[in-house]
Write a protein that binds this ligand. Sequence first.
Ligand SMILES: [Ca+2]
Ligand SMILES: [Ca+2]
Ligand SMILES: [Ca+2]
Length: 314
Amino acid sequence: MHPLTPRLALLSTLLFAPACLTDTSQPTPPGKNPCDPNPCTQADKTTCANDNGRAICLCREGTLPRPNGSCEVVTSANCPEHPGDSAEPDDCIARAAPLEATQPRTQGIEPVGDYDFFRINATARNAYVLTVTPGPGALLPRVDVFDPEGKWIRAQDGSPGVQVGFKARVSAPYTVRVSHSPRDPSPAIGTYTLQLATPVQDDFGDIPEEAAALVPAPAGTSAPLISGRFEYGQDEDWFSFPVVRDATYRIEFDTTRTVPALAAFIRENVKSPFLTQQKSFVEFQAASSTTVFIDLYSANEAAGTYSFRVFEYR
Ligand SMILES: [Ca+2]
Ligand SMILES: [Ca+2]
Ligand SMILES: [Ca+2]
């Protein structure tokens, strides 16, 4: 049995005012398709996608999402055209070339300032990992990822290769853009190879509402081992468990695997963690009887596996 020391004096941090978690949106009852009938009637924005029971309206193929929410028919004015490799023109989301797993594509950033877009027909909850390897030449690649509404998700700059991942929340096309990284201020062109790994489903949800519920084991008993995976470097896996006022909780990680960074929250406030740590074990004492949520993530944004146990000392 593990000693309870050092105990963390977290009583005061747990005593803040509970936040209001009222959700005013109206999710569709489970099993009902929010896209039937199709609520998307705005011009060219008639493609409906199911975002966790809520309908989102997407620009139809061949049109460009604009920041004001409208969809614009693609032309040479809003999607630059220039000579280059056989994939051109592909300088905007509406002209993204389909990208399949296990079918690497080799093409070029040319001329200076070229953008190459690719489309991934994603499945909700799948994690996608992209790798770009520069060929001979001065190109330092950068990859940007956009969601089905054209909103930017994240970017990664090369060193010189790039690996970037994302999780699809919606079954709809996501877009990736390859360009020359602004980290290298010199104008550069060159070839690169882009590869999409076979997608895998994320094992645990990324938001409190999708947290996997656990039951802490009494101290001295054999707690079940919970194993998970960061399918891509920026993955977050959420768990929750009930806590009893004045009891102490200890989360023990397997140190032969990734020891994740951990942020812990209480049900009344899932925005501001009362504890953030990266240690082989994490302990805290509950100041109230509530539900604790823990968000596990990789501190250095690397894919990997982890496992842990949760104990309760009363
Ligand atoms: Ca190109
Ligand atoms: Ca291009
Ligand atoms: Ca995961």
